[in-house]
Write a protein that binds this ligand. Structure first.
Ligand code: F6P
Length: 526
């Protein structure tokens, strides 16, 4: 991140100390806070069609004011401006961070400049034209049979985004001519279980790798190539079965992939922020060019919001600040994501990488060790399934775990009783948010048990709920491309703002390098 000059560690900022004092003072139970009139209307923000309801967070006006002061003292506006201007805020790699340019390059006078905008536009036209050919069923394999299946080979940022969004949008977007599959794991079974149902003559592989050096992806590629040749695909026919997306196009071409099917992106796009780039190719093949463009539009709408909104109205900034309140001042080390649309199941893994690979850092931007907690452990899963599994621990365990619930207001699954499914789903979401916040006091529990003729004295300790579990709910009007784009961008900006306040670098990932280096050294017998 840009280093605000001079760099002041967050814990030395006045607002940080104010927040510490607020956290140390006796705080009302959420049960009390929820009785405040108008709380739901006052503690909500809207942006790009999304609504963030944070009425169930353990905050009041004083805490919010101090959090906003912390953002101000951390110069988050200047840091955001540096990101949009393409300054090398990924300082340990000397790179700009311009995923925002991928979704905003049709705007007049973009802050990242015309040169970046032009290369983004040219590449986007190329990869979306190719995606549309697949979507319409116009691609042919070595026997001239139409391509019916696309298998994405890639891992981490080269897998999680398009995989998540293809699932999330399967209902909203008309299916095209191809089924899209994702294989990320080098374990042989992962590839085999996908390929065993497919016809090599009708299958296209998309090799996705920012570096084109990732051992797992190269191994999957070699295995897929062998599967094609074993099925009789001649060397001259292999080109019809491959495409690649990478920042190192020369490596893809050297691997035998035809240059016209190699789509570039750039070192200023982090892997975990790359869904907006040509890494979105398999997604665009699944949902079509139009829908993919709407995803970009939704992301750009959230970018416009963060650049224009006042701090008090800035939705992603509030997601970040509430996270910091919970992490640093309420001492909660994990953050739970509970999407209620099951189509967003993979959203958890996607955000896990985005958040933990970005903010799992222990060094400040000036090289000093952080004396504070940084990125939380992000975990979760589809809400309803969680309720019947690990929610017990959230309700009555010894951890206090903040939650982001994610809900959609309208649902369009073509099933006769879909509206009833949706009613039950939303009812549960709202009930969990309330139950976790309010809990049930010992006195109320005792009275209930007594009225039911049960052994109230013995059972009360087991049946009472501490409550006071904070949550936000992010509401989407519906799960369509533009709102999904806005949702992804909201989390990206949340992660950015948290790093900006913690004073850490969000856009490198040196932590994952050691294992990679070790594996290649060991392969050479070292
Ligand atoms: O190992 C982590 C990582 O570097 C991620 O940041 C990245 O998304 C993933 O590996 C895949 O790397 P590549 O796209 O270069 O194959």
């Amino acid at each position: 991140m840009m280093t605000p000059t001079p760099f002041v560690p967050p814990a030395q900022r006045a607002a940080w100390q104010r927040l510490q004092a607020l956290a140390a003072a006796p705080r009302p139970h959420l049960r009390e806070l929820l009785r405040e009139p108008q709380r739901e209307a006052r503690y909500a923000l809207e942006a790009a069609g999304l609504r963030l309801d944070f009425s169930h967070q353990a905050v009041d006006d004083e805490v919010l004011k101090a959090l906003q002061a912390l953002a101000d003292e951390s110069q988050v506006d200047a840091q955001l401006a540096a990101l949009f201007a393409g300054e090398p805020i990924n300082a340990t790699e000397g790179r700009a961070v311009l995923h925002v340019a991928l979704r905003g390059s049709d705007a007049a006078n973009p802050p990242w400049g015309e040169a970046v905008a032009t290369q983004v536009r040219i590449t986007r036209q190329r990869f979306l034209a190719f995606a549309e050919q697949a979507y319409r069923g116009d691609l042919r394999g070595f026997t001239q049979a139409p391509i019916t299946d696309v298998v994405n080979l890639g891992i981490g940022g080269s897998d999680l985004g398009p995989r998540m969004a293809a699932d999330a949008l399967a209902c909203a977007c008309p299916a095209g001519a191809v089924r899209v599959h994702f294989v990320s794991n080098v374990d042989a079974w992962a590839l085999y279980q996908t390929l065993r149902g497919l016809d090599p003559a009708r299958t296209l592989f998309v090799a996705q790798s920012k570096t084109f050096t990732t051992q797992e992806t190269l191994t999957l590629m070699a295995s897929a190539q062998r599967w094609l040749t074993d099925a009789g695909c001649p060397a001259s026919g292999l080109g019809a079965h491959w495409a690649a997306v990478t920042t190192a196009p020369e490596r893809a071409v050297a691997a035998g992939i035809h240059a016209e099917r190699v789509f570039p992106f750039w070192d200023w796009v982090g892997g975990r922020y790359s869904i907006w780039s040509a890494i979105g190719l398999p997604l665009a093949m699944a949902i079509g060019e139009n829908a993919f463009t709407q995803l970009l539009t939704g992301g750009a709408a959230m970018d416009a919001h963060v650049r224009q909104a006042s701090p008090a109205q800035n939705l992603p900034l509030h997601m970040a600040l509430l996270g910091i309140w919970n992490r640093n001042f309420q001492r909660m080390p994990t953050h739970h994501l509970a999407p209620y649309p099951v189509a967003l199941a993979n959203f958890v893994r996607f955000i896990q990488q985005m958040d933990m690979e970005s903010n799992g850092k222990r060094t400040h931007v000036d090289g000093s060790p952080v004396g504070i907690e940084t990125g939380p452990v992000v975990w979760g899963g589809p809400g309803i399934d969680g309720q019947h599994a690990y929610f017990q621990l959230i309700h009555q365990g010894t951890h206090r775990i903040p939650i982001d619930f994610i809900g959609v207001l309208q649902e369009h699954t073509p099933l006769p009783l879909a509206a009833e499914h949706h009613r039950v789903t939303l009812l549960n979401l709202r009930a969990q948010a309330r139950a976790l916040a309010e809990g049930r006091s010992a006195a109320a529990t005792h009275a209930l048990l007594e009225a039911a003729g049960q052994d109230a004295d013995r059972l009360t300790p087991h049946r009472a709920f501490e409550g006071n579990v904070p949550s936000s709910t992010v509401w989407l009007p519906q799960l369509d491309p533009s709102h999904l784009g806005a949702l992804i961008a909201a989390y990206e900006h949340k992660v950015f703002y948290q790093a900006a306040i913690w004073g850490i670098h969000a856009f490198d990932q040196w932590g994952v390098e050691l294992g990679k280096t070790m594996a290649s050294a060991m392969a050479q017998g070292k």
